[in-house]
Design a protein around this ligand. Structure first.
Ligand code: SAM
Length: 287
């Protein structure tokens, strides 16, 4: 990925896919080089604020609800009774905010390697960090790969891997060793969910390998759920769920239909629809 700025436009170029995504910008609001990554925040003309890490778009004010709702709610409604949740990555706190909407969740521990991401989110995406003082939430700033190695077995109900792309600090979050630790940390009936890149660009590569690794480390069921995400490569994204002694192709439909908290994209119907894999994905994943 490379980033270009010219004549009032921010452009992320997806070199390996011969495509790009641009937003008209008003201003650069923030720039910092952390020990892990280069972070920028822009004010755009039509998408609100935009966070960029190492030249890759992370989120915009306007459309982050798609990603954050789809990484949180399908996993939580696929678990019978989620109480203990761990988020690896997710420093912008949008996923944390969605998880905390579930009244039955008793504790959420978020482990992001880079405190600068959370500090920037507090300043430029305050709606995502508004629940950070919830007594159920604990924020830690350390490497998720190392954290899972030392966490006790069977201590988590739902693990959410809300990472950057599988390069740089997030590379280890896509490896089988890491997934093996996630499997060990989950109690029986546990659910893991990982952001799994673009259905159009990555079904035959990252998504297929991730699903195979999940099964190899012991997860009995896997499901990849595609959903729209305009600011990411191809405009289409996915999460992949894995169940430890649970079937992630099913979910608590009655509870999902009865939610009283606000939602913009997730519903029983969008969850069901996302479980219906398009034929090209089904074919590529069965090879
Ligand atoms: N929605 C985004 C996407 O799909 O590109 C991801 C958003 S979130 C900002 C990704 C977070 O993962 C970043 O804050 C980054 O610091 C964090 N991260 C990357 N590698 C990590 C690691 N090894 N341990 C913990 N957090 C990590």
């Amino acid at each position: 990925m490379t980033e270009r700025l010219d004549q009032g436009w921010f452009t992320e170029v997806f070199d390996s896919h011969g495509s790009a995504f641009s937003l008209m910008i008003k201003d650069k609001l923030h720039e910092v080089q952390s020990p892990y990554q280069h972070l920028e925040v822009y004010a755009t003309e039509t998408y609100g604020n935009l966070m960029v890490l190492d030249g890759c778009v992370m989120l915009s004010t306007r459309d982050n609800f798609l990603y954050h709702e789809m990484i949180a709610h399908p996993a939580l409604f696929s678990h019978a009774a989620p109480k203990r949740v761990v988020i690896i990555g997710g420093g912008d706190c949008g996923t944390l905010c969605e998880v905390l909407k579930h009244p039955a969740v008793e504790q959420v521990v978020q482990i992001d390697i880079d405190e600068e991401v959370t500090r920037a989110s507090q300043r430029f995406f305050p709606e995502l960090t508004a629940s950070n003082d919830d007594p159920r939430a604990t924020l830690k700033f350390e490497d998720g790969v190392k954290w899972v190695e030392n966490a006790p077995a069977g201590s988590v109900d739902v693990m959410i891997i809300d990472s950057t792309d599988p390069v740089g600090p997030a590379e280890g979050l896509f490896e089988a060793d890491f997934l093996g630790h996630c499997h060990r940390l989950l109690a029986d009936g546990g659910v893991l969910v990982q952001q799994s890149e673009s259905p159009l660009y990555h079904t035959g590569s990252i998504i297929r390998e991730l699903r195979a690794d999940m099964q190899r480390v012991g997860f009995e069921s896997v499901a990849t759920l595609p959903f729209p995400q305009p600011v990411y490569p191809s405009g289409w994204w996915s999460v992949t769920l894995a169940g430890k002694g649970s079937d992630v192709t099913r979910f608590r439909e009655r509870d999902a239909a009865a939610v009283e908290f606000p939602l913009e994209y997730y519903s029983v119907e969008t969850h069901r629809g996302a479980l219906a894999l398009p034929p090209f994905m089904r074919r590529a994943l069965s090879r």
